[in-house]
Design a protein around this ligand. Structure first.
Ligand SMILES: [Fe+2]
Ligand SMILES: [Fe+2]
Length: 160
């Protein structure tokens, strides 16, 4: 492992546990605060901290050479599952968009906005995964990940 990856590995190892702790603290704060809007937002952020813990765990495992190839069967399974989820999410995004323009109360707008942002990112990421799987009968491992990266919601416009 080169120096940069070693550093990443150390940060990830430390972060896995830290993010879990942040999540616990936020969750206990959420349980003490009785206001439903703040409670939901704190719980949502706690959830995200847990999510970050999973992500850091994945970085750790990848660096520990845990890199199984995706089989054709697995790709098929992913394809089936995500197309359903994409439809559901597209519907949710439409609904939330509508609600956002209809609801004027800032506290509710905030909650709707928080959810909408998440759904958009889920949607884009799943669509990218679906597109690459659908485009090719057999997906070369490197092509797969390059494509996912290029079309990820965190990487600007397609092809960018
Ligand atoms: Fe985090
Ligand atoms: Fe979602």
């Amino acid at each position: 492992m080169d120096e940069k990856l070693k550093k990443l590995y150390e940060i990830a190892s430390k972060g896995v546990e830290e993010e879990k702790k942040y999540a616990e603290r936020l969750r206990s704060l959420a349980n003490r605060i009785k206001h439903p809007v703040l409670q939901a937002l704190f719980k949502a952020i706690a959830h995200d901290s847990e999510k970050h813990s999973f992500i850091l765990e994945a970085i750790k495992k990848y660096l520990e050479q845990e890199r199984p190839l995706l089989s054709k069967e697995e790709l098929e399974e992913i394809k089936k599952e995500i197309s359903e989820h994409i439809r559901e999410e597209a519907e949710a995004i439409r609904e939330l968009n509508e609600l956002r323009s209809e609801v004027d109360l800032p506290q509710l707008k905030l909650l709707i906005e928080a959810m909408l942002n998440d759904e958009r990112i889920h949607h884009e990421l799943l669509v990218s995964i679906q597109r690459i799987i659908a485009e090719k009968e057999t997906v070369e491992e490197d092509d797969f990940w390059d494509y996912i990266w290029k079309h990820s919601p965190w990487h600007g416009t397609p092809g960018g």
